[in-house]
Design a protein around this ligand. Sequence first.
Ligand code: SF4
Length: 483
Amino acid sequence: MRVHKIISGEDYIHSLRGRRLNIYLMGQRVDEPVDHPMITPSINAMAKTYDLAIERPELATVVSPFTGERVNRFLHVCMSADEVVQQNRMQRRLGQLTGTCFQRCVGMDALNALYSVTYEIDAKHGTTYHARLKSFINEMQMHNYVIGGAMTDMKGDRSKSPSQQVDPDMYVHVSKRTKEGVYIRGAKAHQTGAINSHWLVVMPTLRLQPEEGDYAIVGALPVDADGIIYVVGRQSCDTRCLEGEIEAGNAAFSGQEALVIFEDTFIPNEYIFMDGETEFSAMLVERFTAYHRRSYVCKSGVGDVLIGAAATAAEYNGVAQAAHIRDKLVEMTHLNETIYATGIASSFQSQSSQSGAFLCDGLLANVCKQTVTRNTYEMSRLAQDLAGGLLVTLPSEADYRNQEVGPRLEKYLKGVNEVPTENRLRILRLIENLTLGRNAVGYLTESLHGAGSPQSQRIQIQRQMDLEFKQNLAKKLAGIEAG
Ligand code: SF4
């Protein structure tokens, strides 16, 4: 691992070179992910988190209370509601710039959740996790590293708890202990930006029982630690990037998920932030998911791109001024701003925890994520409506470039006369990318299942909806006596 501070996106990309990661993609071992055409767009998206910090320091950096220096906001623990709000503003901007998942929020949300939870574990058990975490954050800030947050276990048979599984590795757990630290086994699914990270923070994925202490492990480890295997997830139309720039739809940027397998991977004591305190696993999961569910305002930034693409497609078709087209764009904007409104409201309502770190409003965070599970789909339907059927019948870029048929496609695929045919193809491919292709992974299905599937938000909303309070309001106005 390099020791200098990473500043620009270019520095960041350079920092990923020459690592000894055990990566597999489509049956092949990938020696240098930075040069792999299917991985590069996801690295570019992460690199934007560095470049934005240079271009808009007020948005993407903050003065660290630990180092007194300006650090990337993705490595900062929020000490005010305003700082939680600023995270959302930054996320929307990055969604606008990349049109995809830029992958760095999971680590940010993990640090923010762990900061308060480790404080409260120490208060109860006299442990030293909080000081270790602060020292870890300090180290990450000094180098400006990317942290991947690794929470989602494989879960095996969902009707059984971790300790009831036939195969204990269905949940990451401690497999061996030494004086120096612990070894972990198991795997984490859907790990956002794992290969593009410098460090991983492993956390439990659900409420644990007292006898499940080996599963209550939180620790940080470098991505190139011995005993880790990464298997990159397929994405819809991911090989389009091998077929041409127009064909890719968004050639520059994509998200990334990987299956991360730990085969007796060592975590030294100084990087362990929970070990056996099972009663705190639910608190950690709840705080982390609350932060991450309102982080999904990232989708409103991607939604801005989709609205812009749909409006452009309509313009190229010559129907920009039609009343029903304008109305559909209004509807898309309403859906998109509803995502943003619920997320940023959760951040505005943040409250201080015992540690001094601010926690976002859990109810509104879950409402935000539940809204994301629906509105992105409806926005995609509207965008496809505005784009027209050519979206899915468009000939390939290779045909467009073909000497024989290309000139004919140039003639017949033209929309309004003043717009080059190629521009029309490009905007349609972008809409395809966002609603059916590679970045639909992040915009749609990840919006559905990321940070917990829809039912997990409904459970949290049910827990926090305080029906008794609302019934009392109604009864009072209806003149019904209490009791
Ligand atoms: Fe960040 Fe959104 Fe990607 Fe989650 S889905 S890591 S919140 S960009």
